[in-house]
Design a protein around this ligand. Structure first.
Ligand code: AMP
Ligand code: MN
Ligand code: MN
Length: 322
């Protein structure tokens, strides 16, 4: 049975444990790693033994700028223990990867997340779809439990906030208030912002140019709102940084003629990670499309993983995006 909790309830769960495994979603983004690194740091400062990990557990180069990611260990190195497992920014149990062994040995599983599509799992669930980032929820929990927030912790949480709000383009007043708190606590935003939002190698520019030349516009798709599509084959994915591949979706989102963007990435041969974006306020809930394909996310940003022939994958997506 899953008990819904607020930030105070989540802090109470944390206070019961002296050994905690902190996990975030597979192929982590800055919110997954930032929220989990922030929580891990707060618990360690209280003398709690923390295992911070994800499946499989190698931090992407572009995210190593987030303080605390240097303490991430491979999932296979995390001992099964009784006590607590916390999952952060994971919209479903699958998104945590191969963590069954750890979930089974734990006495409690606390889920902290902000995806509307989350069906609810764990023994305790802090789910707020209105939260701008999971990092925001972690700050609420730390405040409720009166954990001190030092500059490194603030920087880790800021990483999740700045990226999940599209650099504060959405998230409203609350996200600016959270930012104010984190900056006042000493969060470093300049070098962090460069590494997370802007940095790439020079050689990426040539690959980017070639890839963008293959993007396709379907002006009539999605009830006339238009869709822009880009597929990244495995030979390209294998030759460049994952973060560069992820950054492609922002180029698609700027296309005026398209209300919906579809980025199809072949991370493994025949396995396609699909990123869907819809222009906010445009009324297309792409998380419904992603959920229908076994994934999930937010109304304006969602994803799923599909297997098989590219033609079939594209046809299935096109059908749901008519
Ligand atoms: P992405 O396109 O990978 O940046 O993901 C966009 C949003 O959808 C993020 O909030 C992800 O956490 C979420 N998401 C991506 N893939 C999945 C999935 N397979 N299941 C649930 N949520 C997902
Ligand atoms: Mn995430
Ligand atoms: Mn998030």
């Amino acid at each position: 049975m899953t008990t819904p909790v607020d930030a105070g309830g989540a802090a109470e769960v944390l206070s019961r444990h002296r050994e905690v495994t902190v996990l975030c979603h597979v192929r982590p983004d800055a919110d997954a790693l930032g929220s989990s690194a922030g929580l891990a740091r707060a618990l360690r400062a209280e003398g709690v033994v923390v295992h911070h990990s994800f499946d499989p557990g190698v931090v992407p180069g572009a995210l190593r700028v987030i303080p605390g990611t240097e303490h991430v260990v491979p999932l296979s190195a995390v001992p099964a223990h009784d006590g607590l497992v916390v999952t952060l920014d994971c919209a479903s149990p699958d998104r945590v990867g191969d963590w069954g062994r750890l979930a089974r040995s734990a006495t409690e599983v606390l889920v902290v997340d902000h995806h509307r599509s989350n069906p609810g799992f764990g023994t305790h669930l802090l789910l707020d779809p209105e939260a701008a980032s999971t990092a925001t929820l972690v700050l609420d929990v730390l405040d409720a439990g009166r954990y001190p927030v030092d500059p490194d912790l603030a920087t880790s949480l800021y990483a999740g906030l700045v990226t999940d709000t599209g650099s504060f383009r959405w998230g409203g007043v609350g996200s600016h208030e959270t930012a104010r708190r984190l900056l006042a606590a000493g969060a470093e935003s300049t070098a962090l912002g460069f590494e997370l939002l802007d940095a790439h190698s020079f050689s990426w520019l040539r690959v980017l140019g070639e890839l963008l030349g293959t993007a396709r516009l379907e002006a009539d798709a999605v009830g006339g709102r238009g869709a822009v599509w880009l597929t990244v084959p495995n030979e390209v994915v294998a030759a460049v940084d994952d973060a560069d591949v992820e950054s492609l979706v922002s180029h698609l989102q700027g296309v005026r003629e398209a209300g919906v963007s579809v980025l199809v990435k072949e991370f493994l041969p025949g396995e396609w990670a699909v990123s869907l974006r819809s222009r906010s306020g445009d009324g297309v809930d792409v998380s419904a499309v992603a959920s229908a394909l076994g994934g999930g996310g937010h109304p304006a940003a969602a994803g799923c993983t599909m297997r098989g022939d590219l033609g079939v994958v594209v046809a299935r997506l096109r059908e749901l995006l008519r």
